[in-house]
Design a binder for this molecule. Structure first.
Ligand code: SAH
Length: 222
């Protein structure tokens, strides 16, 4: 099967599975997932499954990327924070849908690879930071939307604080580190009021506080 026909089949599967937002589907169709997977898994780039990347992490399943992106209710005016850049795939999808994406990753190696991919794909509305995304990115706050792509045990308070109080939305997996009981939560912030909804069960790698030893936080603008 050709890449194009695999891609078309994936888009149809996503639509059947509830990803109905046409802007989100168009972004998934446009961003080449094969650029973000490791060479050994190239033949599975358009399979609807998570795949291993370096540093013991994973690139999320396309279905989950679609549902979480859709849950953010994005417009092209939004400024969005992503926590957990990983391969850079989810950030690239966001970059096609919103004004500006800020993405934070604690592993320098993963971030460097992701930055090269953004440049190769001519995505210029992304800004990256190597650091602890549990603390968000205070210097750039507030954000209209926040997407966390690693599972937190509880909703991180700093991220709630950095969410716009004029209808800000945060989507994040919450649950145990082993991934046995995790679900995606959507938090809406209106002034000092919060509303939170449980969306669907997932299995993500854990959100780990701090950065790996010997690699201090470092900032890079792209
Ligand atoms: N969005 C990614 C999937 C990433 S997997 C993609 O599209 O490929 C989760 C990522 O979160 C991993 O790369 C992991 O290193 C990162 N992560 C975990 N805890 C973090 C933290 N506190 N700050 C920043 N990144 C974190």
């Amino acid at each position: 099967m050709t890449t194009d026909s695999r891609k078309i089949r994936l888009i149809m599967d996503l639509r059947n599975a509830g990803v109905t937002d046409t802007r989100v589907l168009a972004a998934i169709e446009k961003i080449p997932r094969e650029v973000f997977v490791e060479e050994a898994f190239l033949d599975q780039a358009y399979a609807n499954q998570a795949l291993p990347i370096h540093c013991g992490q994973t690139i999320s399943q396309p279905f989950i990327v679609g549902l979480m992106t859709q849950a953010l209710e994005l417009t092209d005016r939004h400024k969005v924070l992503e926590v957990g850049t990983g391969s850079g795939y989810q950030a690239s999808i966001l970059s096609r849908l919103v004004r500006r994406v800020y993405t934070v990753e604690r592993h320098r190696d993963l971030l460097t690879t992701a930055e090269k991919r953004f440049a190769a794909l001519n995505l210029h509305n992304l800004t990256t930071l190597c650091g602890d995304g549990y603390k968000g990115w205070p210097a750039q706050a507030p954000f209209d939307r926040i997407l966390v792509t690693a599972a937190a045990r509880l909703v991180p308070p700093d991220l709630v604080a950095q969410l716009s109080d004029e209808g800000g939305i945060m989507v994040l997996p919450v649950g145990d580190a082993a991934g046995l009981h995790q679900e995606v939560i959507r938090v809406r912030k209106e002034g000092t009021q919060f509303k939170s909804e449980r969306l669907f069960p997932v299995r993500f790698v854990p959100l780990v506080e701090g950065v790996p030893k010997d690699k201090g936080p470092e900032r890079k603008q792209t």
